[in-house]
Design a protein around this ligand. Structure first.
Ligand SMILES: [Zn+2]
Length: 359
């Protein structure tokens, strides 16, 4: 670890991006191994999703460890002893579970591919130009979903573990630190404005899509965040062409609203608090160990039900269509069925041992 704490934090920020990129790479390699027909086969997408979820949980744990290391350096800079237990793993989202989030790239793929029902290739090669272009858009859509989710989950994991550590060390307030150097498109104007805000350590940092902000503790004598933010702000204002843009940014009204899954998000406009059909979105609660256990129990039950349907398709060689948790599933025969089923079995064992259930 570098002697200069600011430098140490920079190293951790680089490690964060490496962890995110590595998880995306692993997950995307798995999705890329699918044949075109596999994307429409729930037996394959759910099996692959199960494998990816195990990787996602390991990724979230690593991000949480990084968040604690980050917090300890930040606390040291403020002259505070780092204390307090931080759970190794907490789900990142309410009102869903990690497995449901892991299969979303395939949901996105289907959502966009249904617009071209005449393009249903058997294999990725030998496509004419129009079909090739369409298929590339489907795959890009899936990759974008994966990338957004990985960034969001990593961000929540790191900052929630860090704020928990602050809380355990007696810190009650913290500040948002923006990172223009980590953002390809520059820091979002909402984050720049929100950098002047102070948050309570019992609350999650309000974020937005592809947010790179981190957290710094505030004590009676230390507010290291303010100094860093000032530098970052000045850099951004300079880049934006001077003070006019700065006042322009400050005039933006930033609202914080609760997204039903990821909690507080920064927005400029009214966030939709309902689904497309008009039913209100469920209320968000901060994820904790109870919520984590509930999500694992639900995934365990789903994995058990799915296994009987894998066996059905294996035994009969026929498509199996069923409903579960309000969703229709189509498990179809495929050369990759056996592999998908083995991912599913490994996943079931993983969930069983995570829940401390006997085999
Ligand atoms: Zn941000």
């Amino acid at each position: 670890m570098a002697a200069d704490p600011t430098q140490a934090l920079t190293v951790l920020e680089q490690q964060r991006q490496l962890l995110v990129d590595e998880f995306i790479r692993r997950a995307w390699n798995m999705w890329k191994s699918l044949d075109p027909a596999d994307w429409w086969n729930d037996a394959i997408t759910q099996g692959v999703g199960a494998w990816i979820t195990q990787n996602q949980i390991a990724f979230v744990k690593a991000m949480r460890r990084l968040g604690v290391t980050y917090a300890d350096i930040a606390l040291g800079m403020a002259g505070v002893n780092a204390e307090g237990q931080v759970p190794e793993y907490i789900v990142t989202r309410a009102n869903t579970d990690p497995w449901a989030v892991s299969v979303r790239p395939s949901d996105e793929y289907r959502h966009i591919a249904v617009r071209n029902p005449d393009i249903r290739p058997e294999a990725w090669g030998r496509l004419d130009e129009a079909a090739g272009n369409a298929v590339n858009i489907w795959l890009d859509t899936a990759l974008n979903r994966l990338t957004d989710n990985a960034n969001t989950d990593g961000q929540i994991a790191m900052n929630s573990a860090a704020t928990k550590r602050f809380q355990g060390s007696g810190i009650r307030k913290y500040r948002r630190i923006i990172h223009p150097e980590l953002s390809k498109t520059g820091t979002c104007g909402l984050c720049v404005v929100a950098a002047n805000n102070v948050y309570g350590t019992a609350d999650l940092l309000p974020m937005h899509n592809l947010c790179k902000c981190t957290v710094m503790p505030i004590t009676a004598s230390h507010d290291p965040g303010l100094r860093l933010n000032r530098e970052d702000l000045d850099r951004i204002y300079k880049k934006a062409g001077g003070t006019t843009n700065a006042s322009g940014l400050k005039s933006v009204r930033v609202e914080v609203v609760n997204h039903s899954e990821i909690g507080p998000i920064l927005t400029q406009s009214q966030w939709r608090r309902e689904y497309d059909d008009g039913t209100p979105a469920p209320k968000w609660n901060i994820p904790d160990l109870n919520m984590t256990r509930t999500a694992f129990t639900r995934m365990y039950e789903r994995a058990n039900v799915f296994l009987t349907h894998y066996r059905n398709v294996m035994d009969t060689g026929e498509e199996d269509v069923f409903h579960f948790e309000g969703r229709a599933y189509r498990f179809r025969p495929s050369p990759h069925l056996k592999q998908a089923m083995s991912y599913q079995t490994a996943w079931l064992n993983y969930l069983r041992s995570s829940l401390g259930l006997a085999a």
